[in-house]
Design a protein around this ligand. Structure first.
Ligand SMILES: Cc1ncc(COP(=O)(O)O)c(C=O)c1O
Length: 412
């Protein structure tokens, strides 16, 4: 009997295609905690690629908090929140997260999820379920994260929502389409900080548009929470925004250094999601020890230590902006710890990542479909645990690698 069958042949063919297009991704195994010095496959590398912007993922106070949480609550929640998995630690965490946004979203309530991906699916499909089938228009920024895209796709296929994509750097077409929109519910969806470019969404303008056309504004601040605003409360704090039209989403596996995510919005939306948000209802609650650890993380984010970590990050960003210049490569304009360099072709991005690896750096090539076709890049991210010296050495290395690749291109 043949040990090959149709599905297996298709999978093998599809993987071979990915190889041909230089789009196959590879897992790399780390043997050290997430930090700026990483042991990867038994080699020491300087990592400039995680989303641990504040450098909290290996913070001793958080490591202790997790051990303390496990002693207090055990290691598993045992069930979904609505069955028996909702602990005092979850409840405290939700209250604390709501207090971060209370100045910005009046009467806000928060719901904690195990991941940002699930939060976005729950938020968008949950809102879509508020209407009769098809009576919702969603306006989604073209460069939104895949989890928002998937939430929007689910709302479109299952609830017949109409979907319009918009360019967040040019809002006239968004306004023009909204003007003619007769649907009873309208939802504008945007990343707070665009995850692959690092630029901040024009949240003030989007809110004005939302008010003018009676729309809701969903902001996924996965990369702004902890980093933006004096106290690290995120984009709404930084922009001084207050509105009950905002559905705010933050994730807790990036700046907060642990894992999980939350949605913060008016009480009725949250209550509706508890009743009808399928990704919330049908998934085991995150271990309470994680919620307990996150409480410590929020304490650090708001504290003087958090302020110092953000100020150091801003110093790194400033040095990068001042000192990193290229001959051919394109630097994206960003004032956040996400600082991409666009290389265009997959081959160039892979070559740059390989040369960086040989020089002792961990910065993977980011390729389509994560980024648009022809915009393969190095997504460099800073952590508060990087020193100024770390950054200056990286800048010197990158300049050398660009010259090397240019030289190679001119002589091939
Ligand atoms: C903008 C954005 N939203 C949501 C997520 C998903 O969050 P999580 O990793 O917690 O699932 C990510 C993760 O990379 C992200 O970049």
């Amino acid at each position: 009997m043949s040990n090959s069958f149709r599905a297996l042949e298709l999978a093998q063919g599809a993987i071979a295609d990915l190889d041909l297009q230089l789009l196959r991704r590879k897992l790399r195994v780390t043997q050290s905690p997430c930090d700026t010095n990483a042991t990867v496959e038994n080699r020491q590398l300087k990592a400039f690629c995680s989303n641990d912007y504040l450098g909290l993922a290996n913070h001793p106070d958080l490591v202790n908090a997790l051990a303390e949480g496990a002693k207090k609550y055990g290691v598993g929640s045992g069930a979904s929140h609505l069955i028996s998995g909702h602990s005092a630690a979850h409840e405290l965490l939700e209250k604390k997260l709501a207090s971060f946004q209370e100045k910005h979203i009046p009467n806000a309530r928060t719901l904690f999820f195990s991941t940002g991906y699930l939060t976005n699916l729950a938020a968008i499909t949950g809102l879509a379920r508020l209407t009769e089938r098809g009576d919702l228009s969603i306006y989604s920024a073209k460069l939104n994260h895949a989890s928002l895209i998937d939430g929007v796709r689910l709302a479109a296929t299952q609830m017949n929502a109409t979907v319009n994509l918009f360019d967040h750097t040019q809002l006239t077409s968004l306004t023009e389409t909204l003007k003619k929109d007769t649907k009873s519910l309208k939802l504008i969806v945007t990343d707070g900080v665009f995850s692959m470019d690092g630029d901040v969404t024009p949240v003030q303008e989007l809110l004005q548009i939302a008010q003018q056309y009676d729309a809701l504004l969903l902001v996924d601040d996965a990369h702004g929470f902890g980093v933006l605003g004096e106290k690290g409360h995120g984009i709404l704090e930084q922009e001084g925004i207050q509105s009950n039209r905002i559905i705010y989403i933050g994730t807790l596996g990036k700046s907060a250094g642990v894992s999980g995510a939350f949605i913060c919005a008016q009480d009725s939306f949250i209550e509706w999601l508890i009743q009808k948000g399928r990704p919330y209802i049908y998934s085991t609650a995150t271990p309470p020890a994680i919620a307990h650890t996150l409480l410590k993380s929020l304490e650090i984010i708001e504290s003087d230590e958090g302020v110092k970590r953000r100020s150091h990050l801003n110093q790194l960003i400033q040095i990068w902006q001042d000192e990193m210049t290229f001959i051919n490569w394109e630097k994206v304009s960003s004032c956040t710890p996400i600082q991409p360099i666009i290389l265009g072709s997959n081959a160039n991005a892979l070559l740059a990542a390989k040369l960086l690896d040989e020089a002792g750096y961990w910065i993977p090539a980011i390729r389509p479909p994560t980024v648009p076709l022809g915009s393969a890049r190095l997504r460099i991210t800073f952590s508060a645990n990087h020193s100024v010296d770390d950054l200056r050495k990286l800048i010197t290395t990158l300049k050398k690698i660009e010259q090397e690749i240019n030289h190679k291109a001119n002589h091939d």
